[in-house]
Write a new protein. Structure first.
Length: 189
């Protein structure tokens, strides 16, 4: 009997490229777990997040980072957060669920999204060509998150620092998303 072994592959082959003033790379080991707050249990969920991770519950459109900087929680809506963290194996949901003790409904979203990291002095200029979100630091601060579209592709954008972003888009259109961001960078320079 033949034995087959499945191996994970990065959606974009581990893409990484340096441009003039911009670095773009795939975050192929980023785990994404969706956290839904049970109806009427926001207070308990916030308490669990503070007790487990030592962070305040972020407001909608904001993020919170654990003290060890290993996990970032994105507040995407009134009753939804994403936990994003580096995790190379397929058990990310179990890791979060065991720590939060059923305070949230969780769903592993890792394979649903492609993650790109965009950084450098020309990063904002490149994003302004395709992102309708006002990226001025007074309107979109460090730690802010927004759902938007870039070149007609649904996107989540997170500002880590002034010239450092994480972009999430559907894995089913990963190649098109990369092409849109890369083309915008090239046309900016």
């Amino acid at each position: 009997m033949s034995e087959y072994r499945l191996e994970t592959n990065a959606l974009l082959g581990g893409y990484s490229r340096e441009f003039d003033g911009v670095a773009l790379r795939e975050l192929d080991d980023l785990a994404i777990v969706s956290l839904a707050i049970p109806l009427g249990a926001e207070k308990q969920a916030a308490q669990r997040l503070e007790k487990t991770y030592g962070i305040q519950f972020p407001a909608v459109g904001k993020t919170a980072v654990t003290k060890d900087a290993k996990t970032r929680f994105l507040r995407l809506g009134q009753d939804q957060l994403f936990a994003i963290f580096t995790h190379p194996t397929a058990d990310a949901q179990k890791t979060i669920t065991s720590q939060l003790e059923q305070s949230f409904y969780t769903t592993d979203q890792t394979d649903v999204w492609v993650a790109l990291e965009l950084s450098g002095e020309n990063a904002v200029r490149a994003l302004e060509r395709i992102c309708p979100v006002d990226l001025h630091p007074s309107a979109f601060e460090n730690g802010d998150v927004a759902r938007t579209s870039m070149e007609h592709l649904g996107t989540i954008i997170v500002r880590i620092e002034s010239d450092h972003f994480i972009l999430l888009s559907a894995s089913s259109s990963a190649g098109s998303f990369l092409h849109a961001v890369e083309t915008s960078i090239i046309n900016t320079l």
